[in-house]
Design a protein around this ligand. Sequence first.
Ligand SMILES: Cc1cc2nc3c(=O)[nH]c(=O)nc-3n(C[C@H](O)[C@H](O)[C@H](O)COP(=O)(O)OP(=O)(O)OC[C@H]3O[C@@H](n4cnc5c(N)ncnc54)[C@H](O)[C@@H]3O)c2cc1C
Length: 552
Amino acid sequence: MPPPGPVFAFEVNTFDYIIVGAGTAGCVLAERLTASGRHKVLLLEAGPSDERFFVRMPIGYGRCFYDPAINWMYRTEPEPALAGRSGYWPRGKLLGGSGTINAMVALRGHPADFEEWAALGNPGWGWRDVLPYFRKLEDSPFGPSAERGSGGPMKVADVSAQTHPLCNAFLQACEQAGLPRSADLNGVNSEGVAHYQISVHGGRRVSTATAYLRPAMERAQLQVQTLAQVQRIGFEGRRATQVHYTVGGELRQARAAREVILCAGAINTPQLLQLSGVGPAEHLSSLGIAVVHDSPAVGRHLQDHLCIDHLYRARVPTLNEQLRPWHGKLRVGLQYLLTRGGPLALSVNQAGGFVRSRPGLSRPDMQLYFSPLSYTRSPPGKRPLMNPDPFPGFMLSAQPCRPGSRGHVELRSPDALQAPRIVPNSLSDPNDLEDLLHGAALLRRLAATPALAGLVAQEMQPGPSVQTREQMIEDIRARCSTVFHPVSTCRMGPDPAQSVVDTRLRVHGLAGLRIVDASVFPTVTSGNTNMPVVMVAEKAADLLLADATLNP
Ligand SMILES: Cc1cc2nc3c(=O)[nH]c(=O)nc-3n(C[C@H](O)[C@H](O)[C@H](O)COP(=O)(O)OP(=O)(O)OC[C@H]3O[C@@H](n4cnc5c(N)ncnc54)[C@H](O)[C@@H]3O)c2cc1C
């Protein structure tokens, strides 16, 4: 005889671990925690499956950028230092999360980034500690070495033979400007420029959903629930024990026998904590939310990378001619369908790297991007990335690596369905503006090298009329934008007043609750954040499994 209804319902809804958010980090954990067969895991994701043509085709990036079915499409508060503009912050809302809609540049960052993490009071997170996880997660195109890994889930592609020929002109320009060439941007010396390595395999996007989650979905211990939006975490005393979520408007509840793991990303994780009564007490009380734990750093210390693009009309054909006219689209579309190759199988960011924008710096301070196409970013709904400019053009972009400005994320209301308030405070640290000015000056130096000067018909943006320091500042305020790397809103650190999790990623002051996603970064890494998030999740899985062994 089966037990009576309520008890039976309670049992089927109890898991060892409940993972909130099947994004870059959540998919890694779902695989690693179920591999032994000993733990029962529920993975909850607000968005749908990632089985979509434009998600898997690399250049479909442009389509995903503004698709509300798979994108949270956040907007920041108007930014006084950015001419009052409200920034557009896309975030993936589907299996694989932002790693399923991102530009696929595969970069670890600079070793000094992680030395800084350790120096901030986080032993176990220095470069030599995290390197084994970077090696474990990848299948490097250069084979195994002391620095690179082989046979890991995330296949990384070297596409240097397939990129647009203009990339070579960019790399030559960098050499002529005195910038070093890197043999491997993820190798022993990450300084310099090169073709970007990307998360693509066989012409299809590689995300943690494809690399980790898909194989794990075969396992009986893993239950994946899509279209399930978590509303809040439930506590018994100071222990997180339940997750409340909705599926198709129906409220459901699941219990975690061991732990709840928040992997909802740098915007939604602090939002969920605050909705659950964990955050700055004053803010929570002002919204009528009962305070479970006063944690002032929840939602604070937000960091992000800003970037300035310089756009050039070219004298030679660029990707614009292949991607804009219908006959060009047809040609590259057929090429993709028949060979899984061509420009649709690549990222828009084809070359770049970490460089020093000026002498006297101890390490690279600037990430460069080269895109052999041009487009003017326009408001949501226009999908400009799929529609490049109607003339040959290319873009050079500079992104300062270590911004000093700090923003925050806070609730607008106690309603879980309302987007939180995102306040980046861009350029509130005056050094950030100086860094962007150095970046812009470097882009002009590159455009003036013999390798590029002959190819430039006209500097379209900022344009030749923008010359003085004041004009350059005005241009930066009017045009610079995020490159979608928000982090640190639940940062790791030793002081519960200044941070949210400890070095084992457990929430300070509470039991049964961890955070594993970009929000725990103590500081932003120098470059793109996806691979560092995968690394954090790989290390977190080891921490969780070690703790489970100690406490069976
Ligand atoms: C447009 C764009 C381009 C980028 N380009 C690059 C790049 O080229 N290279 C690179 O390295 N990085 C890039 N990034 C950044 C990188 O993808 C992110 O840093 C990384 O994916 C963050 O991983 P995460 O696990 O912290 O969060 P996410 O991957 O965002 O995962 C969070 C998941 O939680 C889910 N979720 C949130 N709230 C809830 C809730 N209440 N209930 C249930 N589920 C919820 C979300 O839907 C999502 O699936 C880009 C990002 C974007 C948006």
